[in-house]
Design a protein around this ligand. Structure first.
Ligand SMILES: Cc1ncc(COP(=O)(O)O)c(C=O)c1O
Length: 482
């Protein structure tokens, strides 16, 4: 894609789309935001959108849909079995991801459940570049364990490494030898490694993983939920691919995996998900699980309308003007925050800007959840809803002890083609103010802790009256501004 330069020399991510359907937003007063925090247990998942101004919780199911997707939904062929809509989706999966056999599931974690049911048992070990919350939960639920094998650079916040999501190849071989290949049903590679700041891996690294998988006869599974964006950063950062199309890069990556699975809430901007492969044996190992847990094999729990929008969305993943929009906005925000001294994960990745709560709230011990506290504080002073990606999002170990996260991040997701640049500037402004007033942010403690995936519905409360003090300072500085 050709770059569009501004005469002023400013680096502005220009939108190559226009807005035709809009949704009204609400920026409620700070007093109401404080109440909403108490009602929602200081957990941004538990806020309702009536109280949220900029919803930066996630890009999952929140990317803007295109006119082509919406119109495709109108021609949905409602049939329990053999729907033409499904045939169109199957073709899109083959055209875009290069896999002949496709098993539909209702969303990404359903694919993880099916994979775990088919391959994970007590004693299984799954090496991965890094875990995602639901992928790890399904593996441990089925008696398996995971091991994360990133290079040290992945954990460096202020880095210039282009591929922090790369698998540590030397460690991978060591782990395979130590545990013997028979206990390793598959190696999992996650495109644009979500929990370490949306950081990509290179195609070279994936080829190296493939070589080890071949050497030891282990399946390679690719979590392709953020594959389009990983491919976009390969295009930008990996010399070999600088003249390739997104489609060529995507196919190069999927060709290297035995199994590709994805959440269509991200890849394709719709709903649903899938598992695909070119190996009929692998397909057969999972086939019977789909009608049991998801729905018949030609819908898998996805509505037929959404099957149509998925098919169109998959083809749109090949369009650089669609895929570049979120990474370019993220880069803009990351650079702006970095210039103001706010510690933020660098280089800019995909999915969102990731603010380093470990540094910003260095006065809050991990046992009081600095990232959860900062996410709550940001909502309080701005109405911006981010997501805690730190120790609250971790699960306790088998003995019930806390496992503190490697990073304490507040993720500000930037879904594709949703926000305007002035809204991004508002985010920059409020995060900067909060950074300057960071000493006023205090810790949290759990008052309700679900045993699995506690971050979704868990309830916390502040350890003292820091929210009231932060609100008072906001009012002092902003007067009657919302
Ligand atoms: C990398 C990755 N894998 C899997 C999932 C799970 O997908 P879903 O939310 O559709 O269940 C997600 C969701 O955010 C994800 O980011």
């Amino acid at each position: 894609m050709q770059e569009i330069k501004f005469f002023s020399g400013e680096n502005i991510p220009l939108e190559l789309h226009k807005t035709r359907i809009v949704q009204k937003l609400h920026l409620v007063p700070i007093e109401r935001r404080l109440e909403a925090l108490y009602e929602g247990g200081f957990n941004t998942f538990r806020l309702t959108t009536k109280d949220v101004f900029l919803d930066m919780l996630t890009d999952s199911g929140t990317n803007a849909m295109s006119d082509e997707q919406l119109s495709a939904m109108m021609r949905a062929d409602d049939a329990y079995a053999g729907s033409q809509s499904f045939m169109r989706l199957q073709k899109a999966v083959e055209d875009v991801l290069g896999k002949k056999y496709y098993l539909p599931v209702h969303q990404g974690r359903a694919a993880e459940n099916i994979l775990a049911k088919a391959y994970v048992k007590s004693g299984s070990l799954i090496p991965m570049n890094y875990h995602f919350t639901t992928s790890m939960a399904h593996i441990t639920e089925h008696g398996g364990k995971i091991v994360e094998l990133l290079y040290d650079e992945a954990y460096v916040i202020n880095s210039e490494h282009p591929f922090k999501g790369n698998m540590n190849i030397e460690k991978l071989e060591e782990i395979i030898r130590l545990n013997t290949p028979k206990n390793i049903p598959f190696i999992r590679m996650e495109a644009s490694t979500n929990l370490i700041g949306g950081q990509p891996f290179s195609v070279k690294n994936l080829r190296d993983v493939r070589a080890l998988a071949d050497k030891y006869g282990i399946r390679l599974v690719l979590d392709a939920s953020l594959l389009g964006e990983n491919a976009y950063l390969v295009l930008k950062r990996e010399e070999e691919f600088k003249n390739s199309s997104l489609g060529e890069i995507i196919k190069t990556m999927t060709d290297l995996a035995d199994i590709v699975y994805f959440s269509a809430r991200k890849l394709s901007s719709s709903r649903g998900g899938g598992i695909c492969t070119n190996d009929i044996g692998i397909y057969r190992e999972m086939e019977a699980l789909i009608p049991l847990y998801e729905g018949f094999l030609t819908y898998g729990g996805i509505s037929v309308r959404e099957i149509e929008s998925m098919a169109v969305g998959l083809y749109e993943t090949l369009d650089e003007t669609v895929i570049c929009q979120s990474p370019n906005y993220i880069e803009y925000l990351v650079n702006a925050l970095d210039k103001k001294g706010v510690p933020v994960i660098k280089p800019a990745g995909v999915l969102g800007a990731h603010i380093d709560a470990m540094q910003i709230c260095s006065h809050i011990p991990q046992s009081q959840y600095p990232a959860g506290s900062l996410a709550a504080a940001l909502y309080l002073i701005s109405g911006i809803r981010g997501m805690e990606r730190g120790s609250v999002s971790n699960q306790r170990d088998e003995y019930g002890n806390e496992t503190y996260a490697d990073m304490e991040l507040v993720r500000l997701a930037i879904p594709r083609r949703v926000f305007t640049l002035s809204q991004i500037k508002y985010v920059e402004d409020r995060v900067h103010w909060l950074y300057l007033n960071r000493e006023l942010v205090g810790g949290l403690k759990f008052v309700y802790e679900p045993p699995v995936l506690r971050f979704f519905m868990g309830g916390l409360e502040p350890i003292n009256d820091w929210p009231q003090k932060l609100m008072a300072k906001f009012k002092e500085d902003f007067g009657d501004s919302l």
